[in-house]
Design a protein around this ligand. Structure first.
Ligand SMILES: *Cc1c(COP(=O)(O)O)cnc(C)c1O
Length: 383
């Protein structure tokens, strides 16, 4: 079976995990801060907080920016449900902004239009969560300018995009956002098994993120409450947090994986180039990559005529190729329909959903396997 994505684990990765298993700490030890330092150095953000998942990181990111029950949070319908669920965890109201059909990222034009309408009705969002779909950054400079006009905060859901660049700078440096979130699930660019991280340049936000992902507990004496337990016992819980900690086992794997990311980027790019080259005369289209972008190439999405989508998917399956669909629009999921969203609300996302298929791209995808994918697609169109 050729999956649409999977992890790549080297001997060095295995050694790093084994060494941690034999060390004094399996969690809350030195491997976590080492990974966090590597992440902040790699991405260029001041602070990195490693978490047990990107979903957890998104949740504490919303909380750290003050999202509560009276607030609106907006995101893209073309994402994994976690991009919207994080707002719901805080009790906030969720809404979506439709995508640009060429990049499948949130449309800046539609965002600007929706903000203007929301301003008139007093329903401006507190936070907008941008999803860098398939590894390509959204137009963060323009979105940042809008945030200055309308006064919202920005979270980048960069679950697809570690290693990618926007206007020559690393995604994750938070130049245009308050917080950036990465995912290290095995199908993503680098993995820790389960895992994620939240990055920021603000010392106050970093402190909140750390507190919220560790039960609301602090060991920093200057944060201690006077009426709390004696300092000698070393810690106080000063607000309500969660256990979203990453383990040392995961972090050791993460550091080892991150050290190979430039190689990973090159390998992914090679796969993309070969697909692009092979598909030139095929009746399909691919995502537009803007000149301001260096995509991390998490996904390779092709689009076919909507009446062919399912049969192509099944055809590939018959040949042992496990394609996938990114994404069923979030607003069409039953849970979100119950909140009042319906078919037709975000037509570009719905059109994308009817035509897109993600075909295999991962580090261990050998050329002969990639050729099998291309030949299978070719045979499908010849039929
Ligand atoms: C994978 C993914 C998530 C969730 O990541 P986890 O680490 O599995 O919690 C969130 N948003 C997007 C866009 C993703 O692709």
């Amino acid at each position: 079976m050729i999956p649409y994505s999977r992890q790549y684990i080297s001997r060095q990765d295995i050694k790093a995990v084994l060494n941690t298993l034999k060390s004094d700490f399996l969690t809350q030890g030195p491997a976590v801060s080492k990974f966090e330092n590597s992440l902040s150095k790699f991405s260029g953000a001041e602070y990195a907080i490693a978490t047990s998942s990107a979903t957890g990181a998104l949740h504490v990111a919303c909380l750290a920016l003050g999202v509560g029950t009276d607030d609106w949070v907006w995101t893209s319908p073309n994402s994994f449900v976690a991009s919207a669920n994080c707002a719901r965890y805080c009790g906030a109201k969720i809404d979506f902004v439709d995508i640009d059909p060429f990049t499948a990222n949130m449309s800046v034009v539609k965002l600007a239009e929706k903000l203007e309408v929301a301003k008139k009705s007093g329903k401006l969002p507190k936070v907008v969560i941008l999803v860098h779909f398939a590894g390509q950054s959204c137009e963060m400079d323009k979105i940042y300018d809008l945030s200055q006009v309308y006064g919202f905060k920005i979270i980048e859901d960069a679950s697809h995009a570690i290693g990618g660049k926007f206007r020559g700078e690393m995604i994750g440096n938070c130049r245009y956002s308050d917080i950036t979130v990465f995912s290290f699930h095995p199908v993503k660019i680098i993995t820790t098994g389960e895992g994620g991280a939240a990055l920021t340049n603000s010392v106050e936000i970093a402190r909140k993120l750390r507190l919220l992902s560790n039960h609301g507990i602090t060991r920093e004496k200057e944060l201690f409450n006077e009426v709390g337990p004696d300092e000698i016992w070393n810690y106080q819980q000063i607000n309500l947090g969660f256990n979203y900690r990453m383990t040392d086992i995961q972090a050791a794997l993460g550091t080892s994986q991150l050290s190979k990311i430039n190689k990973f980027m090159k390998a992914r790019y090679k796969i993309v180039k070969y697909y692009n080259h092979s598909f030139q005369c095929f009746p399909l289209s691919v995502l537009y990559v803007a000149p301001y972008s260096l995509s991390a190439n998490h996904l390779y999405v092709i689009r076919v005529e909507s009446h062919l989508q399912k049969s192509l998917y099944l055809h590939l399956k018959k040949f042992g190729i496990e394609a996938n669909l990114h994404y069923i629009p979030i607003h069409l999921q039953p849970y979100f329909s119950k909140l009042g969203f319906k078919q037709g609300d975000f037509p570009e996302s719905e059109k994308h959903f009817k035509t897109a298929i993600s075909i295999p791209i991962y580090i261990g995808l050998k050329r002969y396997k990639q050729k099998r994918v291309i030949n299978s697609i070719n045979e499908f169109f010849k039929k």
